[in-house]
Design a protein around this ligand. Structure first.
Ligand SMILES: [Zn+2]
Length: 384
């Protein structure tokens, strides 16, 4: 199946990422797949730093990854490839020391393959991103002729679980609350509601933020759940709302949280090849103070509503340097819907009705704000 002549004939890209050396025993422990509307992401988790090479072949189209001195200890048949660009995953020993994984593709795809170092959640990983065009768009709540654009951003997703604790994952809590929130807002014709992700896959923080900017969103709401590792009985709890801290005067706790949330791309395996040029724009933008004022006003109203559902983490709106909130022209809030590290709160967050209540409170706060703005607008027009 893998004749040398055929290979050399069809290879048009081949990288030797690391030269194979003898005697290193590695194991493929898991293969995970995440599907977004445009991309198929495959993660191959191994026990040691992998020695591998990969190449893309045509007729039929396929991506081949060779792992040296590696055994496979996961069932490739369990991987759900339905609705992806992959039509089959094969494996074999092409040479005595080589464990080969072949992704047979339905059509041509742009591909990226790279190694990710271990972190708190995972061991060494090979991350494969396959981008193919012409896929169906993600289902989003959208009705035409709505005036106020609200982008809801369910934090994390796919390879990045966020904070996993007490049997729940932050990415799932965030997705659930975001969907309820979208439903509440979509009841009103004046809102056009869009989601940055609508499924279990990851979107980079830059993409999420740019999505809101490109749709000229009137508001971006990023939904998360907090975690704080502590062994004491009184572990932190409570709901919180954050807005961007443009002066970098956040509390130590907020900085720690922002840092953790900003690591999302790293955990999910997004290549950070684009510099954060928006930061410079923020510092010089004249619209920034108006944007922050709006964020703050909405944040306060949302926080007030949230105090009806549960305990607040602290009284006022928090300030943090969150990447997702850095837009000079899009008011943005980040809601932390409780601490998954707190057993009581984690138990509550497992319940649909509680997540729905949180969503409803966010909705009430947001709706109150935009109703007020609309009233002021009418008043202003009458006067002039
Ligand atoms: Zn988060």
């Amino acid at each position: 199946m893998f004749q040398r002549t055929q290979l050399t004939h069809y290879i048009f890209i081949a990288f030797f990422v690391a030269l194979p050396t003898m005697g290193v025993a590695n194991t493929i422990k898991d293969i995970r797949l995440w599907q977004s509307p445009q991309n198929t992401q495959i993660v191959i988790e191994v026990t040691q730093k992998p020695q591998y090479k990969y190449f893309y072949l045509s007729n039929p189209v396929r991506l081949v990854i060779d792992f040296y001195h590696t055994t496979l200890k996961t069932d490739i048949n369990k991987i759900n490839i339905q609705g992806t660009v992959i039509h089959r995953i094969r494996t074999g020993n092409s040479k005595p020391n080589v464990r080969r994984i072949v992704l047979d593709l339905r059509k041509e795809a742009q591909y990226k393959v790279y190694h990710l170092s271990p972190n708190k959640h995972y061991r060494h990983r090979i991350f494969i991103n396959l981008a193919s065009h012409g896929r169906t768009a993600s289902p989003i709540f959208e009705k035409l002729e709505r005036h106020t654009v609200i982008v809801i951003d369910p934090g994390h997703g796919g390879e990045d679980p966020g904070a996993p604790h007490h049997g729940i994952k932050e990415k799932n809590v965030a997705m659930s609350i975001a969907r309820y929130l979208a439903q509440f807002l979509a009841r009103h014709d004046e809102y056009k509601v869009l989601l940055t992700r609508d499924g279990d896959y990851n979107v980079s923080l830059h993409q999420r933020r740019n999505f809101a900017r490109s749709h000229q969103a009137d508001l971006l709401i990023s939904v998360h759940a907090d975690a704080y590792a502590t062994k004491t009985k009184n572990s932190p709890s409570g709901l919180a709302v954050y807005i961007l801290d443009a002066d970098k005067t956040s509390s130590a706790e907020a900085s720690f949280l922002a840092e953790r949330e900003n690591k999302s791309d790293l955990i999910a395996g997004v290549v950070l090849d684009n510099k954060d040029d928006i930061l410079a724009e923020i510092l010089t933008s004249l619209s920034m103070s108006a944007t922050l004022e709006t964020s703050n006003a909405i944040g306060k109203m949302v926080l007030q509503e949230l105090s009806q559902v549960g305990k607040l983490h602290k009284r006022g709106v928090g300030y943090g340097n969150f990447t997702i909130l850095r837009s000079p022209d899009v008011p943005a809030i980040l809601v932390e819907s409780g601490f998954l590290t707190n057993p009581t709160e984690a138990r509550k967050l497992k319940q649909k009705v509680y997540r729905k209540n949180i969503a409803q409170s966010i909705y009430h706060g947001v709706h109150k704000y935009f109703k007020q703005v609309a009233r002021q607008e009418v008043y202003r027009r009458k006067k002039s």
